[in-house]
Design a protein. Sequence first.
Length: 181
Amino acid sequence: MADFKAEDYRLTNPGESRPRGYADQQDQRPEAPPSYGEQGRQIIPDDRATSGVVSFLSSTEREGRWQLPRRFRALAVMGNVELDLRAAEIGWGLSVIEAVAVFGNIEITISPDITVECDGDSLLGSFVLKYDGRANPAAASRDRVIRVTGTAYASAVTIHVKGPDEKLLDRIGRSLGFGEP
């Protein structure tokens, strides 16, 4: 006990969370990789790291071109939330969607070229990951990963992995002279 010094266990400044004796050790928490686009500029700004939607006795939809932040929260209480990520800007690395539904419904649609990890629980409901059409989990790259977590209480959380509307592609092909008339 003679080697004990009180100042070794004090913080070096109020903003630091480690004692002085541990200042030279590396922080063990992994940092999220930055999200950069093709031209090297950051797609998801740091100030938009967390965002979300809440639907209470109503319906909320997000589709088209929008930015998915690193952490997105969707809450549906006796309501409906629909997220279409097929045209959304999704950064490289890991993005997390936390979906919580209470007597409601959350539907998430993701493009097949993005890896999807699903880890959700349900109580008197369902938490399902579906690969629709020609979508194949082996075809997705590990460059962009979306992890969907959360809980469904007497509700449904459904993650659809599918490409663009196949009926639309068939109509375009027929108008260009491919396929059956």
